[in-house]
Design a protein around this ligand. Structure first.
Ligand code: ADP
Ligand code: MG
Length: 663
């Protein structure tokens, strides 16, 4: 509820459009009622003798007579008979009002009405056409206005959502997950779109239409109208029952469609594995099962749909009968009461009855449309809840209140008693084990630190603390003696270059991918960085050179080429701190050698952390310091010479022939 109000805040930024759309809705409803009321003169002309002129004249003279009679009676009634006086006066009032209306009609409208019956009919139809056109124009503008309000609103929401998601920390982002984030900004926002449109169009227009028609129906004969209107909720209940069952069934069908998608995505996404392991049977069975479920679900929808139509039709006729029979009785038997209950003040004509029916029909249609609205709005509100909870989610890596100036890193990096625990997104009572335990490390500027250790020993976690992807649960990280939580993350990260095993290149040109490291870089600097990363050679051999589109995630390049681009991207940033997280794990040994030779020049004058598994001699030449990790702890730390002699290192080298040779 709270959140749907927040949608209104967005909507109300476009107040003028909202006001204009409401005006259009009023126009639509007025002309809708006008169109229906034209039934009266049409029936009059078609089914009754005499022209409209004669009718109006006779009505007027009749009313004049009645009024004269009433007034006379009023004079003769004794002053003490208050009840009769009141009745008579009220009837006098009604008649005078009608007389006033009719005399106005006679003097302003009738001069325009032809005396010939066919001409009259043609004029009516012309008027009907004109009114329909005007109504159509109002509908058009209302739809356009609401459409633009809706799009402006959801665009703003989507943008805020994206901005909020970008401000999140890595851990929260990972916990929500990419599919959920995408679904927030597509499905959920889309459902909001539907809800706002329903709200702006249907929920404004239809009740107005119903209201105008009801007023008109009451004007024709309020007693009969009241009787008929009581039938409406009954019909509503029947429609609602089927509507609900139908929606539930189709919701279930949609779920099984999602399973079909899931199955297809998984199968074709892993096509190679499916083929290699001959998993066809399993996938086929999965798919067939999902497909069968979908069939069962859709058949249920079909059955309900098939059933609901005849039943609602029968109910409709019952309702119509109940609503229409009394009126028909009054007209055809020419009386004013049924079973002694007075239902009309004077015998009704067929034209009045037809008008009444038309007005009732005019109330029913909006009701039917409205019955479908609430589900959509409810779903939109659920979507809004999810969207706004994402917009409201705060990062667990907050910016400092009063950030310190960051001077280029020149002295040291120090990890003090760091412990870290990943948050459990499932059951919060069951904490995960510590990923880092009491890790302390002091590094001087300019060192090249190799971080080694088994899988899951906490190497990546440790180095993720430097760019503040996460904050430690305990302890602190100092750069040049300043706690990094006191620095603006933007300043901090501007000093850090990162190369990971997965390169995460973007679907753009090579030039743009390198420039990502430093948007202010000139073309000269980009060529230079590519040369330094030893990427220039292969880039220049490509037909489009630096303008080559590299495809989704750089899919049109080889692994080694991607890695060299990622390196160029880090190089052009000219970072004081460079982090390589298994940057060479996925490339062949030649590319690895290339990268090591690139690093030889590049590491000078920077503090460098390299997570790696391969400890070749060439690589160890580069390194001034080795940190060995195991189960979240730093178990050895020292210069190459020192570490080589420790048993931990020996154990680590077992099964690594290249490194053992070097050692
Ligand atoms: P390494 O890089 O040394 O292989 P990591 O630092 O990636 O190890 O992981 C250390 C431990 O933290 C592992 O036990 C791993 O299961 C856990 N871990 C890593 N990333 C996450 C995460 N995003 N959420 C929860 N636990 C994680
Ligand atoms: Mg890792």
């Amino acid at each position: 509820m709270q959140n749907s109000l927040r949608i209104f805040e967005y909507v109300m930024r476009h107040r003028r459009l909202v006001a204009m759309s409401v005006i259009c809705a009023v126009g639509v409803s007025l002309f809708w009622t006008f169109n229906l009321s034209i039934v009266f003169p049409v029936v009059k002309v078609l089914f009754q003798d005499g022209s409209l002129h004669e009718f109006v004249d006779s009505e007027i003279s009749e009313l004049e007579l009645l009024i004269a009679e009433h007034s006379e009676n009023l004079l003769t009634l004794p002053a003490s008979d208050v009840l009769h006086r009141a009745r008579l006066q009220s009837r006098l009032g009604d008649d005078s009002r009608n007389l006033l209306l009719l005399t106005r009609v006679r003097s302003y409208v009738m001069p325009w009405v032809p005396t010939d019956k066919f001409d009259t009919m043609a004029t009516m139809l012309g008027l009907l056409l004109l009114a329909t056109v005007v109504k159509g124009i109002f509908i058009y503008f209302q739809d356009i206005l609401v459409g633009s309000i809706v799009q402006l609103t959801v665009n703003a929401v989507r943008q805020d959502c994206f901005r909020a998601a970008l401000k999140l920390d890595c851990q929260s982002m990972g916990q929500i997950g990419t599919p959920a984030l995408m679904s927030r900004m597509t499905n959920d926002v889309e459902q909001m779109t539907v809800a706002i449109r329903l709200f702006g169009v249907t929920l404004v227009r239809e009740p107005l239409k119903a209201a105008f028609c009801t007023v008109a129906a009451f004007y024709v004969n309020w007693r009969l109208a009241l009787l008929s209107v009581t039938m409406v909720p009954l019909l509503g209940l029947v429609f609602n029952y089927f509507g609900r069952r139908l929606r539930r069934a189709s919701h279930r069908t949609m779920e099984s469609m999602a399973r079909i998608y899931e199955c297809m995505g998984e199968t074709f996404g892993a096509a190679r594995i499916v083929m290699a392991f001959c998993g066809f049977r399993k996938h086929r069975q999965q798919f067939f099962r999902a497909n069968r479920e979908y069939y069962a679900g859709s058949m249920k929808v079909v059955r309900l749909g098939a059933l609901s139509r005849p039943i609602s039709e029968v109910m409709g006729v019952v309702g119509v009968f109940a609503a229409l029979a009394p009126g028909a009785y009054l007209v055809l038997r020419e009386t004013t009461s049924i079973w002694g209950i007075r239902l009309a003040s004077a015998p009704m004509g067929i034209a009045e009855l037809a008008t009444l029916y038309a007005m009732l029909a005019g109330t029913l249609d909006p009701m039917r449309k409205l019955s479908n609205v609430f589900e959509g709005i409810k779903r939109g509100m659920a979507g809004a809840d999810r969207v706004f909870s994402l917009i409201d989610q705060r990062t667990i890596v907050p910016e400092p209140q009063s950030p310190r100036m960051m001077i280029p890193h020149k002295k040291s990096i120090s990890l003090q008693n760091i412990s870290f625990r990943y948050e459990n997104d499932g059951d919060p009572t069951e904490a995960r084990p510590l990923a880092l335990r009491n890790a302390s490390l002091d590094i001087s500027f300019g060192e090249v630190v190799a971080v080694v250790g088994g899988n899951g020993s906490g190497k990546s976690t440790l180095l993720s603390l430097l760019p503040r992807f996460m904050d430690p649960s305990d302890g602190s990280v100092l750069i040049d003696g300043v706690d990094i939580r006191e620095l603006r993350t933007k300043d901090l990260r501007s000093q850090i270059g990162l190369v990971t095993q997965e390169t995460f290149l973007f679907n753009d040109t090579i030039h743009e991918n390198i420039r990502y490291g430093n948007p202010r870089a000139t073309r000269e600097q980009i060529l230079n960085a590519a040369r330094k990363a030893q990427a220039a050679e292969f880039i220049e051999q490509l037909p489009d050179g630096y303008e080559t589109q590299i495809g989704d995630r750089g899919g049109r390049l080889s692994g080694g080429q991607r890695q060299r681009l990622a390196l160029a991207r880090a190089i052009i940033r000219d970072p004081a701190i460079l982090i390589l997280d298994e940057a060479t794990s996925a490339v062949d040994s030649r590319s690895e050698d290339v990268i090591h030779s690139v690093l030889k020049d590049f590491v000078v004058g920077r503090t460098v952390f390299i997570i790696t598994h391969s400890l070749s001699a060439a690589f160890l030449d580069l390194v001034t310091r080795i940190v060995v990790m195991d189960q979240g702890q730093i178990i050895a730390d020292g210069s190459c010479e020192e570490i080589r002699r420790t048993p931990e290192f020996a154990r680590l080298l077992q099964g690594d022939p290249v490194a053992s040779r070097a050692a």
